[in-house]
Design a protein around this ligand. Structure first.
Ligand code: MN
Length: 296
């Protein structure tokens, strides 16, 4: 299947916009009034010059979006101290097609894969995962509606979130270990989320962008389609339809969202929501794992 970036209308829109590299040179910045003026400089090196290597990792993300129109956050990489827990998030996204955006924090951005059928906790079920452009970490808090006509227009739900770590031969690995495994196209990792946990692997199968997401055997294996059995937002307890309605989706987007919820799915009541979210630790910042990995 095609990734969103391959859609002709978006290629056209992207090429109409100034490129980040031109923008950062100076004079052409006026051509991009909808981008935060200090976006390049905020990741500065202390030399007064924009840090293009940092900005570059979110250049594709920024190029595809009009931040004066979409409620999505503008892309600025963050610098976090080494050794902190790495965030992961899965966002259910009804764009032109329903898919689940699987995102892993790595070096200040969220590496992203679009998983059409969503992650499966059954090792027998391998799920196609198309690598997409890295997203800013602020995106982990985004739940709402991207307007029609914008890149990825449609409704977004925070379907799962938690922390992750690469698995090294001797225990949990660091970012350098993640770099090695990503380059090899064989990233083994552990998740601690509310719906997804345990050991997983992403294996690159073809070209540079096509991967498979596969669950490893462990105590977190389940033989059910969690995308269907656990369809609600982990932050708001809402269905996709409720998110669409609250965020002012168009009638067509609302219809798409309704159709993307499993039949009979209803938004959790405040009582059930309190019960289900009380298990997740800090809703504002980095979620803490409920159980610590054995080797840490
Ligand atoms: Mn998406």
């Amino acid at each position: 299947m095609k990734t969103q970036s391959a859609r002709p209308s978006e290629r056209r829109r992207a090429s109409d916009r100034p490129r980040i590299s031109d923008d950062a040179r100076g004079p052409d910045r006026r051509r991009a009034p909808d981008r935060p003026p200090n976006a390049a400089d905020s990741a500065g090196t202390g030399t007064g010059l924009p840090d293009l290597s940092q900005y570059g990792r979110l250049a594709e993300y920024n190029r595809k979006r009009h931040f004066g129109v979409t409620p999505e956050p503008a892309g600025t990489p963050v610098q976090r101290p080494a050794g902190h827990p790495l965030e992961f998030v899965v966002q259910k996204h009804r764009a032109r097609q329903l898919h689940y955006d699987f995102r892993l924090e790595h070096r200040g951005v969220m590496l992203s894969w679009a998983v059409p059928k969503g992650p499966s906790p059954d090792p027998a079920v391998k799920r196609l995962a198309m690598e997409t452009e890295p997203h800013p970490m602020d995106y982990n808090q985004f739940e709402g509606v991207i307007p029609e006509g914008e890149y990825g227009g449609g409704t977004v739900m925070i379907w799962d979130k938690g922390v992750w770590a690469p698995i090294a031969p001797t225990g949990l690995g660091d970012e350098a270990e993640a770099d090695r495994q990503l380059k090899k196209g064989d990233l083994k990792f552990v998740l601690l989320g509310e719906k997804l946990s345990g050991s997983w692997v992403l294996v690159r199968t073809r070209g540079t962008r096509q991967w498979l997401l596969i669950k490893h055997q462990d105590e977190y294996v389940r033989h059910e389609d969690v995308a269907t059995t656990r369809p609600l937002s982990v932050v708001s307890g809402r269905t996709l339809a409720a998110i669409a309605e609250a965020a002012g989706a168009s009638p067509r987007q609302l219809g798409d969202a309704v159709a993307a919820d499993p039949p009979g799915a209803v938004t959790a009541t405040s009582a059930t929501r309190r019960r289900s979210t009380s298990k997740s630790a800090d809703r504002q910042g980095t979620p803490r794992p409920r159980t610590r990995p054995a080797k840490r």
